[in-house]
Design a protein around this ligand. Sequence first.
Ligand SMILES: [Zn+2]
Length: 317
Amino acid sequence: MPRVPASRLFKACYGKYALAAVNVFSMEQVLALFEAGDKTQSPFIVQMTPYARDYATPDMLDNMIKAAYRQFPRALFATHLDHGNEEHCADAIRSGRYSSVMIDASHSPFEENIARTAKVVNLAKKYDVFVEAELGVLSGVEDNISVDERKAKYTDPEECEAFVREAGCNTLAVAVGTSHGAYKFSGGQGLQFDILEDIQRRLPEFPLVLHGGSKVNVQEVHRINEAGGKMNVNAKGVEPEELQRSINYGICKVNIATDMRLLWARVHREYFRDTPDQIDLVVPGKIYIREFVALMEQRFELLGATGQAEHFKKAYG
Ligand SMILES: [Zn+2]
């Protein structure tokens, strides 16, 4: 499988467009993501958390990606480990299956975060793997990790500069007003562009990552609740205009997980509500794939990625 070097992908998109980094857990999601990327010629990142690897097994995930790529050979993508610790990162780096890994030591004190990140960077360099680190603490719930809003804190631009210099990471996830999951978006304060601007001034051309990049469509939440769900209707994601604007400030990778979960829940709840005598998994599965493709097409367009795979291939062969 031709793994596109993450360095090239980030270099090509900086300041122009952002790469959608989509968390996958199942065959339906992998297939749909590749179909959308191939069809719209948008470069993208397939990413897997330790939670997903524990569920589907790393081997199954890797082979699903390979199979999807065989089916959609025009797709341009990189593979990424999302929210790993040292052990997950080492395993992913050595496997040769990942273009990049994220070491999430953001809950450790500053110096410890640097030391933990630097250790992963050291190993990753030997394998030509990119390392994403995180500075600042996002609130919210992602997989089985939950962070109270009171403990969340924005990234400090001054710390960013020292962190990147000392830890040697290749990209940095910043906490600038987004949250994980669909539960903790009470904010309404939006993205903190003054912080982003300050970070960009201190780290020009350095690729930044936005976690919690889902929109959390309120209609979708209502539909889930109308079909028996009990989701928080005040949940709020990132406004599309804010996402687009953030690209000018060096945001190169936008993580998307929650929107795909909401879609999954809505499609399946509605299907089984409307056809209570059915137990067929193929029918709702097909609806999910079709709607996933449509949603990703919108996302790629929003992030300015549509058609960029063709430009990339021309430039890099
Ligand atoms: Zn995240």
